[in-house]
Write a protein that binds this ligand. Sequence first.
Ligand code: 1HN
Length: 313
Amino acid sequence: MTGPKTLDDLYAAFDGLHMEGGWHRKFPALWPVPEENFLPYIWRYGDVKPILEAAGELVSTEFAERRNLTMRNPVEGNRYATVRTMVAAYQMIKPGELAKAHRHTPNALRLILDGHGTYTTVNGTRVEMRPGDVLLTPNWAWHSHESVGSEDCYWLDFLDVPAVHLLEPMFFERHPDGLESDPVDADTSDIAFRWEDSVKGLEQSTDTADGMCQSQIELGNPALDTIRLYMQRLAPKTSTRRMQTTANSVFAVVEGSGQTQVGDETIPWARGDVIAVPGWRPYQHTASEDAVLLRVTDKPIYEKLGWLREEVS
Ligand code: 1HN
């Protein structure tokens, strides 16, 4: 035998070949249930709005193109994501400003918070952005935003950019002409979920998402290849059941106030806040007053791959 004679020599030989024995790993490869990784966290609109206002004075859209502030999960080593597969951002646009057209493979959606007179153009269709509306920008769709009104407009962006970072199919380009030519105005569109329709839908819905809300409607089915969207109404002074799911969620508070228990933490929230609920962390909501949450979840990824596990207790 000419190979290594001792265990130490054997392991040194593995190292030399950039290999590792399954029985003496430096880091485990398998574990019984999902490990805690990304942290539950909240970004408060009340903290962010003055910062965005200041950015409005200091940073022009000429310079920044898009005045968006992404929310970085505070887990150590994370450079960008809000939860494993998704990033959320606050964005503000001032009267007369323009965010030029671009497209990218990450899927995106927006939830409008405040302001009127702003339009988004998606693949040649121009739609108004009104508070409570949810607007989609699917994979590789051109999109630009412009303000023609007299108010600052605030919204939330949600994208699957971190999923694209993980799997690496990133493509991005700016429109060669800056903007799409001759957009067509539309009030109803496949990419627009209007607030008044959500309110009506929630009044009529009997879906309680297994006790996770008083009523829920899904926007799209799914809204995007990687993202499902649910508007959820919570009844005042009542707690939902407790949910544990492998899918990640980001909740945006569309209306009302309350708190969410995630693991051992209790996180109070109000209108415009964004709450990161990473996968497999048990969570439960309690509304103080009538509340509506937008749940943005990467559930389609887990569904398609056979990795969705959910328990309600
Ligand atoms: C993006 O393209 C927009 O188009 C907003 O408004 C936020 C955050 C990360 C990456 C791309 C937009 C974004 C973004």
